[in-house]
Design a protein around this ligand. Sequence first.
Ligand SMILES: [Zn+2]
Length: 227
Amino acid sequence: MSEKENVVDNIILDGSTKIEQAGSTGLVLFSTLRSDAKPILQHDNVSVEGVDYPKLFSAKCAICNSPLRELLEHVYIDCGKKVNPVIIFFEKHYGAKLNFAQVKQHVNYHCDFNKIEISGLKSYEGKGEEFARWKYREYELALNVVLSEIDNIGGKSTRTLDDSFKKASILEKLNKQLMMIKQQRDDSTLGLPNIFEVLHDLHEKLLHEDDRRIVRETANELRKIIS
Ligand SMILES: [Zn+2]
């Protein structure tokens, strides 16, 4: 069997597609893949929904011109923005050849992955199991979310006085939220960790005296509410 027939056997292409040989590897060039190119190996784990970022177009770039451009970019994002897994993906699933420099050029200059926007739904993907763990423990989850937010904001350094006030006011709001959640939790029948222990742990984690003071005040306010 000739090499050309090998390629045809390996990949189902539209009849009018010009098959170009990419050296003696038995692979077709990525640029020859049409939008209806059928994978030789099924892949259903690359999601192209819910992720958005600015895309540029270069007429000279084979990837920009390819109908599989978006799939390639999502494989790139999914694998942690590495070029080699992209090359391997297309070899394995489409019997198609890409070269490193070509992919690098495209992902570096024709897409702006620094501005990736992930819709709320995309970020929930694959988290069913994680959420299941929290079922019936929603107050605990909410408490953890607010606490980690407080921790996160509390750990941020501020440059100006204005920023310090903003930070303090955010922390105060978060602490109020914390108290609300606590109240709601107490109204429910769920047995959850002691809020004072939680606040104490948080207090010990915070680095700045201002933040620690807010947590102490919150604990005092809480004590007044429940005493
Ligand atoms: Zn490109």
